[in-house]
Structure formats: C-alpha cells, structure tokens
Design a binder for this molecule. Structure first.
Ligand code: IPE
Ligand code: IPE
Ligand code: MG
Length: 216
C-alpha cells in the first residue's frame, strides 16, 4: 500500500500558541518521526510525505532557510534510524535548486539506505506534480512511446519517478491531508488518479498514530 500525506498546519499550530511559524515546523519534524514509526508498524509499503512544494519557495526567506536546515538535520538524525528499521529513504522532487550541503546529505542518506526493503519513505522537497508530469511527457515523447500501448501508464509513472529522482513507486492508495484544507496543492496528481482521499482538521504537529490508524 502507498500512503501519501500532505503535512499541513504547522504555521497555524504555532500561531495559536503565540509562537513563530518555525517552531511549528520543528514540532512537525517530530511528528514525522512518530508517523514513520507507525507506518512501518502498520506494514505500509510506500510512504510519501509532502515537506516542501515548488510554490513554497515564495515564503519569507527566513522561513525557507529554516525549513531547509530542518531537512538537513532530519537526514543527519534519521538516516541511522531508517537503516535500523530497514527503511529506504528517498528525497523526491527537483534537485537543481537545493543547497550543495543539503544535496550531499541527500546523496549520503540515499546511498546508505538504498538496500532497505521494509518500507520506502519518500520526502517530497521542491516538489511539483505538474512539473514532473511535464518532464515525463517530454521523455515519453522523445522515446516515441505509444500512449495506447498496454503498459503505457506504467511506463509513464516510471518516467515521473525518474523525473523526481525517486526509486520506483506505485500509484497512491490513500492520500491524507492534515490542517483542514481540502485541496491537492500540486501533489502527486498522476499517482492519485484512483486514490482514496482523507481530509482531517487535525494540524500536522498534533497528528498521531491514532489519527493515522483511523485514516487507514
Ligand atoms: C505545512 O505547514 C508545512 C509546509 C508547507 C512546509 P504550513 O507552514 O503550510 O502551515 P499552515 O498551513 O500555515 O498552518
Ligand atoms: C502544501 O501546503 C505543501 C506542503 C504541505 C509541503 P501549503 O500550505 O504550502 O499549501 P497551500 O498553500 O495551502 O495550497
Ligand atoms: Mg499550509
């Protein structure tokens, strides 16, 4: 089973406590650890977490910098955990706009966990579904592929994964969005063609194992 989560509501969680948004993101990172553990225990095969959209570059520079630092720290602290849990870690999305230090951390984490098989954990950073579909369409056309061939959709999905620097991942079975908004925000548009959709008002820092269990 492939579960995808739009982790929304960090800013509001912090605002309600009179704290800066970045504190909400730090708390959100703790939720990631909790939910990854729960997903492994639940036997989920692929978990894709939306951490930073291509549109999120438009946020205030301080917030963007803080988020990028958090991703890097996440890779440093969680790679060993992933290895121990037999979890393959992948960062999916564009790479050409990321800081070289973050790129090195990504490369390192992906190499270390490349052979892990229990769960495929994909963190979407500088991700845009539209862009990945455009990239795949270009590659599909260049290869002279036939859209009516029996395996055309599977082949297209493969090209989308390649465009995102992802190891092969299947279509999404369940999409969860926290934070109360009922929209997709350019996330996995192709892969969610037949996904079940679960929207919850729960803000991401408060998302629990129990909430995940209910969604499943
Ligand atoms: C989601 O929380 C995290 C990212 C987009 C990086 P938000 O920062 O969007 O939180 P809200 O939606 O403003 O509450
Ligand atoms: C979607 O949340 C992106 C992530 C969770 C990383 P946003 O808060 O950025 O989305 P919009 O702006 O509400 O559509
Ligand atoms: Mg938001």
């Amino acid at each position: 089973m492939h579960v995808a989560i739009i982790m929304d509501g960090n800013g509001r969680w912090a605002n309600r406590r009179g704290l800066p948004r970045t504190v909400g993101h730090a708390e959100g990172a703790r939720t990631v650890r909790r939910i990854v553990e729960a997903a492994v225990e639940a036997g989920i095969g692929t978990l894709t977490l939306y951490a930073f959209s291509a549109d999120n570059w438009g946020r205030p520079p301080d917030e963007v910098t803080r988020l990028m630092k958090l991703f890097q720290r996440y890779l440093f602290t969680e790679t060993q955990y992933c290895l121990e849990q037999d979890v393959r870690l992948n960062i999916v999305g564009r790479r050409d706009r990321l800081d070289p230090a973050l790129l090195r951390a990504i490369d390192n984490s992906e190499k270390i966990t490349a052979g892990c098989q229990r769960m495929h954990l994909r963190m979407a950073v500088d991700y845009s579904a539209r862009r990945s579909i455009q990239q795949a369409a270009l590659a599909f056309t260049r290869a002279g592929a036939d859209p009516d061939a029996p395996q055309a959709n599977a082949r297209f999905l493969g090209l989308i994964n390649e465009a995102n620097h992802s190891a092969q991942a299947p279509d999404v079975d369940l999409l969860i969005r926290t934070g109360g908004e009922k929209r997709l925000s350019d996330f996995l548009l192709w892969e969610c063609a037949y996904a079940e959709l679960h929207f919850t008002d729960c803000l991401w820092p408060e998302f629990s194992r129990e909430e995940l269990r209910k969604a499943l």
